[in-house]
Write a protein that binds this ligand. Sequence first.
Ligand SMILES: [Zn+2]
Length: 124
Amino acid sequence: MDNSAVVVTVDFNRPAHAHELRPGDMFAFPDAPNTLLTVLGTDTTTISAELTLASLTIAGCDRRLNIPGTTHVWPARMVRTVTLKCLLCDEADDIEVNLPMDGKPVTVVCANHDHGSTEPTTAA
Ligand SMILES: [Zn+2]
């Protein structure tokens, strides 16, 4: 990621669904907010049209955790790469964010714009 890009974010202060978790994420259950769990692996098992289980491998836990995919969890770390188009020049930019800390990116002004005097550089 180019650090001179300006990213506009909105707060990501909502619970996530269990099926949104990816390896490397950290989360807590609402009932145990101080117990942070680290996801090592994820899988899904479809039981029926209305029920899909998220099958999570958790660090320090021998057994896989099978919970409904729509179970609410509080994310502590969810690093995602989001592709956004620059507000000014429409150039696509990959933004890496940790959603609970950084918020959810909604728009970006890429590094091609100097936020000041100089004209944007246009590639030939
Ligand atoms: Zn731009």
